[in-house]
Design a protein around this ligand. Structure first.
Ligand code: FES
Length: 102
């Protein structure tokens, strides 16, 4: 029963993840608003693919369904922080902030 819950919800994982989890919304509003540009920038900056963790163990990149913040699409969530109106610059600034521990 625990295994079923852990494997059903994307917030849980049976494999180790990075210190920070970056989840990019792939639902329609975010998709139409340019989530793939944000994904390109995330992949470029982190040098990992979706579902992978950076070699230093800092970030895991994942896709997720609607985060409930469609009004500011495209949206990603880093740990518990929702970051909207994503542009490549905003992606860069957000990751830099987490890398610096802010
Ligand atoms: S569709 Fe992305 S936050 Fe709702």
């Amino acid at each position: 029963m625990v295994h079923d819950a852990v494997t059903f919800y994307s917030m849980f994982s049976l494999t180790p993840r990075g210190r920070h989890i970056v989840r990019l919304c792939e639902s329609p509003n975010c998709h139409l608003a340019g989530a793939w540009s944000a994904l390109d920038e995330l992949r470029r900056l982190l040098d990992v693919g979706v579902g992978e963790t950076t070699p230093d163990g800092e970030f895991t990149l994942e896709l997720t369904s609607c985060l409930g913040a469609c009004g500011v699409a495209p949206v990603m969530m880093v740990d518990d922080e929702v970051v909207g109106n994503l542009t490549p610059d905003r992606v860069r600034e957000t990751l830099a902030r987490y890398r610096e521990g802010r």
